[in-house]
Design a protein around this ligand. Sequence first.
Ligand code: SF4
Ligand code: SF4
Length: 121
Amino acid sequence: MAGKFDEWFGVPRKEIKWYPSIDPAVCVGCGLCFMTCGRNVYSYDLNSRKPVVANPYNCLVGCTTCANICPVGAIDFPSTEIVHDAIKKNKIIAKVRDLVPTKVQFMQEQQHENDIVKKIK
Ligand code: SF4
Ligand code: SF4
């Protein structure tokens, strides 16, 4: 069964080599990356007390949140050129432009539903 992170705007996610790597010699095992990532990219080894990059291709293309918050700078990402090349090669901008109105409409509908729920409460 296809997973929800298997593609990025129609591009097989595994074609884009964007994911974190951890320097175990620098990592202090605080668990902040593991607890923060909303895509379960990390698991955590309770024996070694270190995170593990268990599902690298779940990583959101272009995201660097975990590297930004790591207190000791133990997390690295490849050059953003990888992302920009993927955008160019796969004509992502044209795809995204087409999708923008759909998302705007979806958000407006959600807001409308929220407004109705608030009125009912
Ligand atoms: S946030 Fe940094 S120091 Fe903390 S567990 Fe993750 S990699 Fe290690
Ligand atoms: S960059 Fe973002 S999506 Fe990728 S592992 Fe870090 S927090 Fe998760």
